[in-house]
Design a protein. Structure first.
Length: 337
């Protein structure tokens, strides 16, 4: 006869789990994993928050923009329109793993801002309590990646001062070893990198002029490639060329030049045999007296002994009616004589 094993009273067994007589599930809860102190410090096993208080954020000490611009405008925009996109950050432990000497620079902050330093400054200026963040520790993989991330985020922004840009490129050159490698990493040409590094070859005084805007960037890059002793003179020429105003072309006017004052005719007696020529001032014709538009001036010297020459002057300076009258007078005088 088959023996049946007796179950303890009050216990019901089902497949996979047991239930006591009150109906309570007796399946043991899964063991909760415990993070070590180092894991907690590194932020492992913890989902990063969507937003954090500003006091937990630190500016990137290697940000290419030494001086942030338009901070008030950025803060006002954040306050009025809200934060359109989160700022990119790395955890404190990831940052210090690469930059062991920057603990004092970031203070007690839990996150270091890689892209969004101006938004952090603007939010602080207008008193916002927190900002949304996007944690990406891969941005802190190495010193070169940290600098590249910050530089690339600013490289196409017009408000990055040229000297700050040149200093950041120089740091990348020290990491990668050559200008060509830096150009490849930034997606730029070697000439582009070389032009910006030329600013660092300027004398300290000229670098200050570039920062203040007195010396424009375009001539400054050219001057930076010259020997130090020639740079001051070339910079002075460049600055003076900008300050010297262009000569203005004379304005065109539709006004007519003032008409010449009329002159009186000179009645000259016939020349003597010893002096065949004489000088006259002008002959005022009737046309000239009527309006001045047809005024004709007789030649300065007339040979009165040359009838053809005199006739030419008469035809030039007298109207046809007056020439006829003159001819009549001369003919009458010859007839009477």
């Amino acid at each position: 006869m088959r023996q049946v094993k007796t179950k303890p009273q009050g216990e019901r067994v089902t497949q996979g789990f047991s239930i006591d007589e009150e109906g309570t599930d007796q399946t043991p809860a899964p063991r909760r994993s415990v993070r070590t102190r180092e894991q907690i410090m590194r932020g492992e096993g913890k989902r990063p928050p969507a937003s954090v208080a500003l006091s937990l954020l630190a500016h990137n000490p290697f940000n290419p923009r030494d001086e942030l611009t338009d901070v008030e405008e950025t803060g006002a925009s954040l306050k009025e329109r809200g934060q359109l996109q989160p700022i990119a950050v790395v955890r404190r432990a990831a940052f210090l793993a690469v930059h062991t000497d920057q603990a004092e620079a970031i203070g007690e902050a839990e996150y270091v801002v890689i892209d969004g330093n101006r938004r952090l400054a603007g939010a602080t200026a207008v008193g916002l309590p927190q900002l949304r963040i996007d944690v990406n520790d891969d941005l802190a993989a190495s010193a070169a990646d940290m600098l590249e991330s910050a530089l690339i985020a600013n490289i196409h922004r017009v408000d990055v001062p040229p000297m700050d840009q040149a200093k950041a490129i120089q740091q990348l050159k020290e990491v990668h070893g050559s200008q060509n490698q830096v150009a490849k990493r930034l997606g730029k040409t070697g000439a582009w990198v070389s032009q910006r590094l030329a600013l660092l070859e300027l004398t300290p005084e000229l670098q200050v002029q570039v920062e203040t805007g007195d010396l424009k960037v375009e001539p400054a890059r050219r001057i930076g490639r010259l020997p130090k002793e020639q740079q001051a003179d070339e910079a002075a020429k460049a600055v003076n060329a900008v300050k010297t105003p262009r000569p203005r072309s004379p304005r065109r006017t539709t006004e007519q030049p003032p008409a010449a004052e009329p002159v009186n005719a000179v009645n000259t007696p016939p020349a003597s045999d010893g002096d065949p020529t004489s000088t006259v001032n002008a002959v005022n014709t009737p046309e000239a007296s009527r309006g001045g538009a047809d005024r004709i001036t007789a030649p300065a010297v007339i040979d009165w002994n040359d009838p053809e020459a005199v006739a030419a002057v008469v035809r030039q300076c007298m109207s046809l009616p007056h020439r006829k009258r003159l001819a009549s007078i001369l003919l009458r005088e010859n007839t009477n004589g």
